[in-house]
Design a protein around this ligand. Structure first.
Ligand SMILES: *Cc1c(COP(=O)(O)O)cnc(C)c1O
Length: 197
């Protein structure tokens, strides 16, 4: 999928015309404008999300990839009900770098040990469809290790939730590692649209 943050709505429209209809954004305000301008895209929200933004996001997003805490799940469910739009969601996992390389990254996401309990929490939400996991590798040189963690977690999740088999991993700098670790979705900005200015 394309990630169009910082690129224009015209670029987003061009991608759709070329067949790249799944597009991602990481900030509500920017996403809302582009979603209005390019309604033919299927919009994915991939950024950190505040609870008070879920009403806005649920109006245009088809997928929210960055779900990482119960309060956010509850807020998204209420917003989905309000808009009468089902939302597909991914649990964002906070991927550690290689053992010994240090602390968890600052990018959001639930720790691996809490993935299944968050999935269980979602069972009570009739407007959210759990589709799988999303992760951002903390460092490019350990992306392969990080994505192998994500793949192992996905296997565990799928054994209980067979519809939750998406693995959203990899960006421009680590897409090959993501493919080699079984990603079903790559989130590509720069490598698709050129260097941001
Ligand atoms: C910006 C962003 C991407 C795309 O990054 P590129 O380096 O431009 O490919 C992917 N995922 C998330 C969560 C992002 O914020």
């Amino acid at each position: 999928m394309g990630v169009t943050k910082t690129y224009s709505a015209t670029d987003a429209q061009l991608l759709v015309e070329l067949g790249v209809v799944d597009l991602g954004e990481n900030r509500d305000q920017e996403a809302r404008g582009k979603a209005e301008a390019v309604p033919a895209a299927r919009w994915h929200f991939v950024g950190q999300l505040q609870r008070n933004k879920t009403n806005s996001v649920a109006a245009y997003a088809s997928v929210v990839q960055s779900v990482d805490r119960p309060e956010l799940v509850a807020a998204l469910e209420r917003s989905a009900v309000r808009h009468r739009r089902e939302l597909e969601v991914l649990i964002q996992v906070n991927l550690d770098s290689e053992p010994g390389l240090g602390v968890l990254g600052p990018r959001g996401g639930v720790v691996p040990a809490q993935v299944l309990s968050l999935a269980r929490y979602m069972e009570s939400c009739s407007w959210l469809r759990l589709r799988g996991l999303m992760g951002v590798a903390p460092r490019q040189d350990s992306a392969n290790y990080a994505f192998s963690q994500l793949r192992a977690l996905s296997k565990e999740l799928c054994s209980q939730y067979p519809d939750a088999r998406w693995i959203s991993a990899g960006m421009s700098s680590d897409l090959e590692e993501a493919v080699s670790q079984g990603a079903t979705h790559l989130r590509i900005g720069g490598a698709l649209l050129g260097k941001r200015v």
